[in-house]
Design a protein around this ligand. Structure first.
Ligand code: SF4
Ligand code: SF4
Length: 534
C-alpha cells in the first residue's frame, strides 16, 4: 500500500530566509554535500520505517535541504512538515558510511525555517497540510503499528495561540529557573492535591481534551507524561560545592539542568553522591541556566546560543577537570557548543574548550578507577539506549559496564535497544501519533525481556517509557543507571541518604499552600468552562 502524501495537499510557497543557514557557501552546505545518497541510513530511520516515504527519510530530507539551499525549492509548508517530522534521533549518523552529521543538518534546517516563519505572517494555514489518509495500517516486523494521522509539529503553525505558546516555552519559561520552578510547583500541587486523580476519575480530562480549542485532542498525552514527582514543591538550588569523600581526585562541574532538576531532583542528588564517592569535588554553580538543547533542536538557535554563552561564562572561572551531565539530550548539545558558536569571535575557542570537557556521567565514571565498594542489590534490568547518548555521543558500552559492575544486577538483552522510544525532546507533545507508534514498538520489546526494571540515561526517555508502562498496566520501574550505583553504594554502607528535617510548622505551611493553590486551580477551571460555554 502506498503511503505517499495525497496529491491534493496544498503547498504555500514562502520565500527563503535571508541569511539563514540553508544557502550555498555556508558550513551547512558543505555538510549537506557529504551525503553520497547511498541510502544505507534508510533502514535505521524510524520515521521512514513507519511512513515509508522517501521525503521522511534522512536521504530525502537532505535532498530537500539541498534543493532549498540551491534555490530550486522554496520553504514550503510541506518542507516544514518533513523537517519537523524527524525525531532528531541521529540513528542515521551511526549508519552513515560517509560521516554525514545529520544532527547538525536538521538543526540548521529548522533554524532556517524559524527565520522564515518570523518573516512570514501567513504560515498559519500550514497546520492543515501534510495529512496522511486516516487509519492507515503500517506493517513492520510482522506486526501492525497503526498510524492514524500524521500531525505536523506546531512549528508549522502560526496561529496567535501557537506562537504565544512557543514564545512562552522557549523565551520565558526555560531560560528562567524561577518560572520553571513555579510551573512545576503548580503541576506538583495538581498531583498532590488529588485534583489530578479527580480529573481522571470523572472523565474531565477527556471532556476538556475534546473541547473545540486549538489544543483539541492534544492535551491528554502531555498531562499524563508527568511522573509522580516527589521532593519539595520549590526545590532549593543544589549546594554550590560538595566535597569529595576521602581524597579529592577530580574537580568536576555539574550541570543540574532545567526540567531535570524539577522532575528528577532525586537523580541529580544521586549523581552528586556517586561522584563524591568516586573522589570528585562537585561544583554546581547556582547561576547556571538551561543548556539550550530544546531550543537548538527546535530551531530556536539564537536563544540556544545566548544560553550557551551564559553557561560558558558561569563555568569557566571554576576551571574544572570535567563538566558532568546526566541527561543525554543536554549532554549532546553541550558537546556541540563549539559548533554552535563557531562564528562567534569572542566565544568560538572558549566554546570548544568547554565542549571538550563535557562528559556524560556514565562516560566519566567508566573512564576513571571506579570505587567498587558496592553492596549487593537484586534487580533484573534491561537497558534502553537514549538516542542522544548512543548516536549523538557514541556512548554505548559505558552505561552497560557500570550496570554489570554492580553486584546482584542481572542485565538482560533488549531487542532494538538503540531504536528511538518516540520521546525526542518535545516530539511526544508535538507529534503525538508518530511518537505513540514508536512507544508501542518499544514497549513490546521491553515486555518481551521479562525485566522488571528498565534503565536509561535520559529524562525524556524515562518519562515516555513510564507512560507506556502505566498505559499497559505493566509493573516496571524506570530508573537512571546512576540510581542503581547509588543504591549499591548505600547497600555497602558507604553513605546514607540524608533524611530531611521538616518541622511541624513547615508541614503546616506547605499544607496551607497546597489547599490554597488547589482552590485557585479549581476556581480558574470553573471560570474557563464558563467562558467556553458563552
Ligand atoms: S546520509 Fe549517509 S547513509 Fe544516508 S544516503 Fe547520505 S551518505 Fe548514505
Ligand atoms: S534523525 Fe532519526 S528520524 Fe531524523 S532522519 Fe535521522 S534516523 Fe530519521
Amino acid at each position: 500500500m502506498s503511503l505517499e502524501y495525497p496529491q491534493s495537499t496544498t503547498i504555500h510557497q514562502i520565500p527563503s530566509a535571508n541569511g539563514g543557514p540553508l544557502h550555498r557557501h555556508t558550513h551547512t552546505y558543505d555538510l549537506i554535500r557529504q551525503c553520497i545518497h547511498c541510502g544505507f541510513c534508510l533502514p535505521t530511520c524510524p520515521t521512514y520505517a513507519v511512513l515509508g516515504v522517501e521525503m521522511d527519510s534522512p536521504r530525502g530530507r537532505i535532498y530537500q535541504m539541498q534543493a532549498v539551499a540551491d534555490g530550486r525549492m522554496e520553504v514550503s509548508a510541506e518542507f516544514v512538515d518533513h523537517m519537523y517530522c524527524c525525531l532528531g534521533c541521529r540513528a542515521c549518523e551511526t549508519a552513515c558510511p560517509s560521516g554525514v552529521q545529520f544532527g547538525k543538518l536538521i538543526e540548521a534546517a529548522r533554524e532556517h525555517i524559524q527565520l522564515v516563519v518570523a518573516q512570514s505572517p501567513h504560515l498559519g494555514e500550514a497546520g492543515q497540510l501534510g495529512q496522511l489518509p486516516t487509519d492507515v495500517p503500517v506493517a513492520r516486523g510482522g506486526e501492525q503499528y497503526p498510524l492514524h494521522t500524521h500531525i505536523p509539529a506546531p512549528a508549522t503553525l502560526e496561529t496567535p495561540t501557537e506562537r504565544l505558546l512557543r514564545r512562552f516555552f522557549f523565551d520565558f519559561m526555560l531560560p528562567s529557573r524561577l518560572i520553571t520552578s513555579l510551573i512545576f510547583a503548580g503541576l506538583k500541587l495538581y498531583q498532590r492535591s488529588g485534583l489530578q486523580a479527580l480529573v481522571h476519575r470523572t472523565g474531565l480530562l477527556n471532556l476538556v481534551d475534546s473541547l473545540p480549542t486549538p489544543f483539541q485532542g492534544k492535551l491528554k498525552t502531555p498531562e499524563m507524561l508527568m511522573p509522580d514527582v516527589g521532593g519539595d514543591l520549590l526545590p532549593r538550588p543544589l549546594p554550590e560545592v560538595t566535597p569529595a569523600q576521602g581524597q579529592t581526585r577530580y574537580r568536576v562541574g555539574f550541570i543540574s539542568g532545567c526540567i531535570m532538576d524539577q522532575v528528577f531532583r532525586a537523580i541529580n542528588e544521586a549523581s552528586i553522591r556517586v561522584l563524591a564517592a568516586n573522589g570528585c569535588e562537585i561544583i554546581t554553580p547556582p547561576q547556571q541556566q538551561c543548556c539550550g538543547a530544546l531550543h537548538t533542536h527546535a530551531g530556536e538557535t539564537e536563544r540556544g546560543r545566548e544560553l550557551a554563552r551564559h553557561n560558558i561564562d558561569v563555568f569557566e572561572p571554576y576551571d574544572c577537570d570535567a563538566i558532568i551531565i546526566n541527561s543525554a539530550g543536554c549532554g549532546s548539545n553541550l558537546k556541540e557548543y563549539g559548533h554552535l558558536l563557531r562564528d562567534d569571535l569572542l566565544y568560538a575557542e572558549r566554546a570548544r574548550n568547554f565542549s571538550a570537557k563535557v562528559k556524560d556521567i556514565s562516560e566519566f565514571l567508566a573512564g576513571i578507577e571506579l570505587n567498587h565498594n558496592m553492596g549487593e542489590i537484586q534487580h533484573t534490568v534491561a537497558y534502553h539506549d537514549a538516542c542522544h547518548l548512543i548516536h549523538g555521543q557514541k556512548v554505548k558500552q559505558q552505561p552497560r559496564q557500570l550496570l554489570q559492575a554492580i553486584p546482584g544486577v542481572k542485565l538482560v538483552n533488549l531487542k532494538e535497544a538503540d531504536w528511538c522510544c518516540g520521546s525526542a525532546g518535545i516530539y511526544n507533545i508535538t507529534n503525538q501519533e508518530m511518537s505513540n507508534t514508536l512507544l508501542q514498538r518499544k514497549m513490546d520489546n521491553i515486555a518481551a525481556t521479562g525485566a522488571t526494571m528498565i534503565a536509561t540515561g535520559n529524562p525524556g526517555c524515562m518519562m515516555q517509557i513510564a507512560l507506556g508502562a502505566r498505559e499497559r498496566g505493566m509493573s516496571l520501574d524506570v530508573v537512571h543507571p546512576i540510581q542503581l550505583l547509588d543504591e549499591a553504594y548505600r547497600a555497602s554502607g558507604l553513605y546514607a541518604v540524608p533524611t530531611r528535617d521538616i518541622t511541624v510548622e513547615e508541614k503546616r505551611r506547605r499544607r496551607n499552600v497546597l489547599v490554597g493553590a488547589g482552590i485557585g486551580v479549581m476556581v480558574g477551571f470553573v471560570l474557563l468552562c464558563r467562558r467556553y460555554r458563552r
